[in-house]
Write a protein that binds this ligand. Structure first.
Ligand SMILES: *Cc1c(COP(=O)(O)O)cnc(C)c1O
Length: 466
């Protein structure tokens, strides 16, 4: 019987001459269609061999729908292995999962602009060449209180640029307590070395005093660098110098203070139940001459390294040849301008920028979300138990390192299948879900699952836990 059925399989080259598929080739390209034809024919063959298709009626039925099946497959076929995933880890700034999700209204604006041209470097009023940074500078200055601003591709490049433009083969003073590695080989001493400036280390790991800086300022000093120790904390007998004092000392000696602020918070997080994180505005107000921070950490936007500060020093950065090598593209320019505009109303920003709304979500809100998702999942078989549990979440991305957030999760335990197997399967779902195991439970953290994703999460869970 199998042999008879297999004889009915259409030939690939015959299929490719089908009129509908010829049209599909025009819209999707030849390769994806050819691949889809091969895949579909092969999958029917396998179904026959494995006894899924056992008689002529079901064989004929499957073959009569073959063109449609190929069409669906070809238009779904995707060469890119990049895809959207559901973050059920509870880690808000998950560097492996692309850090900050972009606010929806920005995505809409971006998609409206991207398929056509943009006035990226064109001044519509003058009808002449414009400046890429003009679109972002005014709004960044308005929000941060800085005199001038610019942006490069990410904060790592921003730090390298600042040290290169200001350091100029002279000396940069850094505290030993701030010689950090951020991860991905980004180490402050290496960056300074690359910038061709000489690093002068002062103080000790746990204590650096103002006099440590003062004693090391010479006529070779080009700047004092301050670094936010984002992802680690020295606790106990510690001391570091206040920004204001550092600025006073530096300015008395006619040198600037530059600061790598890391995350770049624009709102006072302590007003939302989190620990206070130094804001960009505080650095600017303290008189720091150049401050850099990431665009996709607590700011909640796209990857970028934003630099704000005194015009004199921003101009030195803008003129530096590295700026061209690190420049932002049109997507980043648009997203930076738009995310800063959202901060005109701080409460609005906290509510509508996903990173901030997720970070500030209370335990009560998360519990409500957990109940809603549980309801959507509905009844599961007897071997599966679902419960709502208290957990602990992290901000991630080197931000708020010692802040443990109260989390709420759904824990699903299956007496027949291991949680390891389940989490592996969830990663392979149509929309991959990234969850963790705890004992034999699969844990889905509500903090990082958006309500708009509930339906698909519930759907996938029902299929997985059976
Ligand atoms: C994250 C971080 C960086 C690197 O920023 P990217 O935008 O990821 O390049 C640099 N410095 C500090 C202090 C950071 O926290």
């Amino acid at each position: 019987m199998k042999k008879e059925l297999l004889k009915k399989l259409p030939k690939v080259d015959v299929l490719l001459k089908n009129e509908e598929l010829k049209e599909l080739i025009l819209s999707e390209g030849k390769e994806p269609v050819k691949e889809a034809v091969n895949d579909v024919v092969e999958s029917i063959r396998q179904d026959v061999l494995n006894g899924v298709i056992t008689d002529e009626i079901s064989m004929d039925k499957r073959i009569s729908g073959i063109i449609a099946e190929i069409g669906t497959k070809a238009s779904k076929e995707d060469y890119s292995t990049l895809e959207g995933v559901i973050n059920a880890t509870g880690i808000v700034l998950h560097t492996n999962l692309g850090r900050a999700p972009i606010p929806r209204r920005l995505v809409k604006k971006l998609s409206d602009c991207l398929s056509g041209y943009m006035n990226l470097e064109y001044n519509l009023e003058k009808g002449a060449r414009g400046e890429r940074y003009e679109h972002i500078e005014k709004i960044i200055c308005e929000i941060t209180g800085a005199e001038a601003a610019m942006a490069v591709n990410n904060n790592a490049s921003a730090v390298l640029l600042m040290c290169s433009a200001i350091g100029k083969r002279r000396e940069i003073i850094v505290s030993r307590g701030e010689q950090i590695e951020i991860g991905g080989k980004f180490r402050i001493p290496d960056i300074i070395k690359r910038s061709n400036a000489k690093m002068i280390e002062v103080g000790t790991t746990n204590k650096t005093h103002l006099s440590d800086y003062e004693d090391n300022i010479t006529d070779k000093t080009s700047a004092i660098l301050k670094v936010h120790t984002s992802n680690y904390k020295v606790v106990g007998f510690t001391d570091s110098v206040e920004r204001e004092d550092l600025v006073k000392l530096a300015h008395k000696n006619d040198i600037p203070v530059i600061e790598d602020l890391g995350s770049g918070v624009l709102v006072d997080l302590s007003r939302y139940g989190l620990r206070h994180e130094p804001t960009v505005q505080e650095s600017v107000a303290a008189g720091v001459d150049l401050v850099s921070f990431s665009g996709d950490k607590l700011l909640g936007g796209t990857q970028a390294g934003i630099i704000v500060g005194k015009k004199k020093y921003i101009d030195m950065c803008k003129k530096h040849p590295l700026t061209r090598a690190m420049r932002i593209d049109k997507m980043q320019a648009l997203l930076i301008a738009e995310i800063f505009a959202m901060y005109r109303d701080k409460a609005y920003a906290v509510k509508n920028i996903p990173v901030l709304s997720m970070l500030t979500a209370s335990k009560e809100e998360l519990t409500l979300k957990a109940k809603a998702l549980k309801e959507r999942i509905g009844k599961l078989p007897a071997n599966v138990s679902l419960s709502i549990i208290d957990t602990e979440n992290l901000a991630g991305g080197g931000s708020l390192p010692d802040e443990v957030l109260k989390g709420v999760a759904i824990a699903i335990e299956d007496s027949k299948v291991s949680a390891n197997k389940h989490t592996a399967n969830l990663r392979k779902a149509d929309k991959p879900i990234i969850a963790r195991c705890e004992g034999n439970s699969t844990i889905l953290e509500l903090r990082t699952i958006d309500e708009s994703e509930f339906e698909i999460v519930a759907d996938i869970c029902r299929k997985e836990f059976k």
